[in-house]
Structures are given as structure tokens and as C-alpha cells.
Design a protein around this ligand. Structure first.
Ligand SMILES: NC(=O)c1ccc[n+]([C@@H]2O[C@H](COP(=O)([O-])OP(=O)(O)OC[C@H]3O[C@@H](n4cnc5c(N)ncnc54)[C@H](OP(=O)(O)O)[C@@H]3O)[C@@H](O)[C@H]2O)c1
Length: 325
């Protein structure tokens, strides 16, 4: 039996481009031993971290997928079960170690694709960033970047649920309109409005909490607008992922951080892995009851993996980017 996989064909230099990837076939031995299952991809996630976590030529691109069990010799995962697995960009995966797969959380009428987005890793990132890292309080001023994306849109809505004034920065009018519909108090297109203008309008009193998804210049520029004892959650820095591991040559903004006595805390969602089920018990009702809204950008066909991935860096996705096979 033949499966398909996307491998890295040449090292990334700057932003990913189609020439970095190659679609190849692989042989899958369909004779299963006891305890094994064969999974076929249904929805595949594309996420910014894939730009920095894969850089060895010929490696399969990493990533999580929702897959359907198409053959089974395991009592807990019958044919037709939907599972989550970090199988990479693969169309077919034979799983010998069952600890590599997880059942999909109980989503009722919701699409299983949400297990890759709002009700999966990105939503959980937002949840912990807002509630555990920033520990937002009622009445605080909260800023989030990449605000119409998978993490940012969820983070802003959680902060709003907790009583914050929420300000989002995103890269188009369509994205800004969407997050205003989600209940953000202010939405700014950072390509058109300066930070000075935005802050004068939306946060003349300063910012208590900054949920940082983009890093780079924007992060340096927002520091003067933080309140004394403000908090920053360093979630990601997508604006720098094309810079590889070049060390910054400019001065790090420690003076401002020190003078404003800011707390800057980085976090990784996988450090909370054991607590994910408890968080999902709270998040799933938020989504089912419409308290938290979501958007997915779904591309169709395994051959669209590269386009979907590159779209993250061009900002063509709105909400969670997913490929449906
Ligand atoms: N700490 C963790 O455990 C963890 C877990 C998941 C994700 N993350 C991080 O969270 C961030 C958001 O991830 P996501 O999955 O939610 O992606 P996403 O926001 O759904 O998609 C990426 C978005 O980033 C924006 N962007 C791309 N290049 C940019 C640039 N040079 N400057 C400013 N914005 C840029 C684009 O939106 P615009 O059109 O608005 O520019 C794009 O749509 C990433 O930095 C990611 O690495 C961290």
C-alpha cells in the first residue's frame, strides 16, 4: 500500500517557499500486528512552529492531524474511530505504539477539525496564556497581536470573557471586522495605523497585559505603552521565524523593561499537557454556547499543505488554517 508525505527538500531561507517542499510516496505495510492501527488523514494542521522545528532536509514535515482508523488490531480504536496524532504531513500512518494517538475530545455537533484549532493546541495556548501566564483581572487593558489568528482570536475572547478591555492588532480590514464581531473593543490594522495612534485612541491609560504572538519590532515598540508592573506573555514571534537563529544585534530593551518593572514570561502549551483535559472541559462549553467564536480557513486536498502553510506567513489565513483531505 502506498501513502504520501511531504518532506523538506531544501533548507528554509527566510519565508518558506514551494521549492522547499517535495511530495513523495512511501510504502505502508498494511499487515497489522496485534495492537496496531492504520490511520488515514482527515484534517491536517499547519502551524507557525513548523517553520522553526523542521530544518533537516529529507525530514517529514512535523504536525498534528485528525485521522480516521481504517484498519485496526487494537480493541480501543476500532475502524471508523477519529483520533489525534502527531504523524506529520502524511496521508497514511501505521501506528504501532498506541500511546502516539489520542481520542478526539467529545465535541458533539462541532467539527472534529476544531481539535486542531480552537479546541486543540492553539485554543489551549490562548487559554493558558491569558489565564495562567497573564492572570488577567477585570477592568485590565489587554492587547493581542495576530489577533484574528488561531491563538490570538481565542486569547482576545477569553480576556473579554474575564472582563478586560481588549485591543487586537491584525493585518487586514477583514480580520479587524471579524474580531470586532467577536467582541473586541478595538481592532487595528497594524499595516495602516501607527502604534502611537492606536494607543492614543484605545489605551491612553497604558496596557496591563500584552499577549505577544509576533515579536520583533512590534514588541519593542509597544513596551513604552505598557503600564508600570505590566505583564507580557511571550507566546510566539512569527515575525522573526524567517530570521533563523541569527542573534539580534540591536540593544535588547532591558532598560524599558526594568524602568517599568515589567514581568515578561514566555510559555509553551506543551508544558501544560497533563492539564489539557481539564481546560477543554471549560473551553468546549464556551464554544458550544457561542461565548467564544471561531473561524477556520480550510483548504481542500493533501496537495494543498504547502499553500496552507505558506499562507500563515503571508497572513492569508483567517482563524485556524487546516487542510481537509
Ligand atoms: N507558546 C506556545 O506554546 C505556542 C503555541 C501555538 C502557537 N504559538 C505561537 O502563536 C503565534 C500565533 O500562532 P497561530 O497558530 O495562532 O497562527 P495564526 O495567527 O493563525 O497565523 C499566523 C498569523 O500571523 C500573522 N503574521 C504572519 N507574519 C507576520 C509578521 N511578520 N508580522 C506580524 N504578523 C504576522 C498573520 O496575521 P496578520 O494578517 O494579522 O499579520 C498570520 O495570519 C505564533 O507566533 C506561534 O508560533 C505559540
Amino acid at each position: 500500500m502506498k501513502g504520501k508525505k511531504w518532506i523538506l527538500d531544501s533548507k528554509f531561507e527566510g519565508e518558506p517557499s514551494p521549492r522547499n517542499f517535495k511530495l513523495v510516496e512511501e510504502d505502508i505495510d498494511e499487515n497489522l500486528n496485534s495492537g496496531e492501527v492504520l490511520c488515514e488523514a482527515v484534517y491536517l494542521s499547519v502551524d507557525p512552529y513548523m517553520r522553526v522545528f523542521v530544518n533537516d532536509v529529507k525530514d517529514v514535515m512535523k504536525g498534528e492531524q485528525v485521522a480516521i482508523v481504517v484498519q485496526s488490531k487494537h480493541p480501543d480504536f476500532g475502524v471508523g474511530s477519529l483520533v489525534l496524532g502527531n504523524f506529520g504531513w502524511r496521508s497514511l500512518t501505521k501506528v504501532s505504539d498506541i500511546s502516539e494517538i489520542r481520542p478526539i475530545p467529545e465535541l458533539g455537533e462541532l467539527s472534529p477539525s476544531l481539535a486542531l484549532g480552537s479546541l486543540g493546541m492553539p485554543g489551549l495556548t490562548a487559554y493558558y496564556g491569558v489565564l495562567d501566564v497573564l492572570k488577567v483581572k477585570v477592568g485590565e487593558t489587554f492587547v493581542v497581536t495576530a489577533a484574528a489568528g488561531a491563538v490570538g482570536s481565542f486569547a482576545g475572547q477569553v480576556a473579554k470573557l474575564k472582563g478586560c478591555k481588549v485591543i487586537g492588532f491584525a493585518g487586514s480590514k477583514e480580520k479587524c471586522d471579524l474580531i470586532k464581531e467577536y467582541g473586541f473593543d478595538y481592532a487595528f490594522n497594524y499595516k495602516e495605523v501607527t502604534l502611537q495612534e492606536a494607543m492614543a485612541t484605545a489605551a491612553p491609560e497604558g496596557v496591563d497585559c500584552y499577549f505577544d504572538n509576533v515579536g520583533g519590532t512590534f514588541t519593542n515598540d509597544i513596551l513604552p505603552f505598557m503600564k508600570t508592573k505590566g505583564r507580557i506573555a511571550v507566546c510566539g514571534s512569527i515575525s522573526t521565524y524567517g530570521m533563523d537563529h541569527v542573534q539580534p544585534t540591536g540593544r535588547l530593551p532591558y532598560y524599558t523593561i526594568n524602568q517599568k518593572t515589567l514581568t515578561v514570561q514566555a510559555f509553551l502549551v506543551y508544558h501544560y499537557f497533563a492539564k489539557w483535559p481539564a481546560a477543554l472541559n471549560e473551553m468546549i462549553p464556551w464554544v458550544k454556547e457561542g461565548k467564544i467564536k471561531y473561524r477556520e480557513t480550510i483548504m481542500h486536498g493533501f496537495d494543498k499543505m504547502v499553500d496552507a502553510f505558506i499562507g500563515l506567513f503571508k497572513g492569508t489565513n483567517i482563524g485556524k488554517a487546516v487542510v481537509k483531505c
